[in-house]
Design a protein around this ligand. Structure first.
Ligand code: NAD
Ligand code: 13P
Length: 311
């Protein structure tokens, strides 16, 4: 397991993980199996690997791919657990496509494309071995089955869908809708209001996916990566928590990230901004009123009450 090296309590994080078998900074209180070895050098970590599991905050992925490119085995295949999306001048870019293009994996030679895994999967609940489901999106069934074999067990049930873009759009956009849920909680509007915002958010997630990826399946939104992840994130996620504090404390996002997340990263704010800029460029703001309101409250000082008044 490649680990971004940091010094925690005067000791290197990789050394702590390898001696105490616990990631005391990011997953305190849960013992890791002893066959997991933390490696600070990414080239060493990926050398000879035939399956790579990508799970870092999405802003770091390009730089990491550049560093590991020279060591990638020709037989390598990958799966992304990253919930984010990137954008360039021509529109949204899936993280799996960024990984493929940055690593230049000769897909045609290998015929093994990237899969994507996403679901209602709050990390410490999984670490506590509480039951959950997840969704793996694949391009061809064999790859999906292989990845399912790697991840599935009784307490972590994998569902398969032939829809790599759908899984990833769900994982990225639910983080934006969760900001709206946090705003709603700050207003103490209660469960009915939050459910209404989540329902409308889900519709906009589908609309966005269809607009930019015509082959996305609407059934994907009924899987764990869709409606279930939206629910868990809007009730128990970090994006929700920071959005509520953004209103109640009036502190800027970067301060809240620092104060509330202890080094963990907020994904929804960057995604909200990127989605807004893309929709604006495509003259599509009117089709996504809820996500636009969330962006404007988060970045343009729109009064938070508009989260409800704009419905
Ligand atoms: P995080 O938000 O907790 O961020 C901390 C992680 O970022 C640490 O592993 C740290 O080592 C790494 N990091 C910090 N600086 C870095 C740098 N410069 N370069 C590379 N890595 C650096 O991370 P997370 O919660 O593990 O999230 C990773 C991905 O998994 C995200 O896309 C997230 O949406 C997704 N995800 C998270 C959860 C969850 O409950 N935490 C659940 C499902 C999916
Ligand atoms: P947050 O990043 O908002 O904590 O969401 C975690 C998650 O993706 C749960 O499935």
């Amino acid at each position: 397991m490649w680990v971004y090296e940091e010094v925690v309590n005067g000791q290197k994080l990789t050394e702590i993980i390898n001696t105490q078998h616990e990631n005391i900074k990011y997953l305190p209180g849960y013992k890791l199996p002893e066959n997991i070895v933390a490696v600070p050098d990414i080239v060493e970590a990926v050398k000879g690997a035939t399956v790579l599991v990508f799970v870092v905050p999405h802003q770091f992925i390009r730089n990491l791919c550049k560093q590991m490119k020279s060591a990638i085995s020709k037989r390598c295949r990958g799966i992304s657990l990253i919930k984010g999306i990137d954008f360039n001048e021509s529109g949204p870019l899936l993280i799996t496509d960024i990984i493929k293009s940055e690593l230049n994996i000769p897909i045609s030679e290998l015929n093994i494309p990237m899969c994507a895994l996403s679901g209602a999967n709050i990390a410490n609940e999984i670490a506590a071995e509480k039951f959950c489901e997840t969704t793996i999106g694949y391009e061809n069934q064999e790859d999906g089955e292989l990845m399912k074999e790697l991840f599935h067990d009784d307490m972590f049930r994998v569902g398969l869908v032939k829809d790599v873009p759908g899984v990833q759009v769900c994982g990225a956009l639910k983080n934006v809708i969760a900001l709206g849920a946090g705003f709603c909680d700050a207003l103490e509007m209660g469960n009915n209001t939050k459910s209404a915002l989540m329902r409308i958010g889900l519709i906009e997630m589908q609309r966005f996916a269809k607009k930019y990826y015509s082959n996305v399946k609407l059934e994907t939104f009924m899987e764990s990566c869709g409606v279930a992840d939206l629910i868990t994130t809007c009730y128990g996620g970090r994006n929700r928590k920071c959005a509520e504090a953004f209103i109640t404390t009036k502190k800027p996002w970067h301060v809240l990230e620092e104060e509330l997340l202890n080094g963990q990263k907020l994904q929804g704010t960057t995604t909200a901004k990127d989605v807004y800029l893309t929709l604006k460029k495509d003259n599509a703001l009117e089709e996504f009123p809820h996500m636009v309101t969330i962006y404007r409250i988060a970045f343009e000082g729109l009064p938070v009450e508009r989260i409800v008044l704009d419905i």
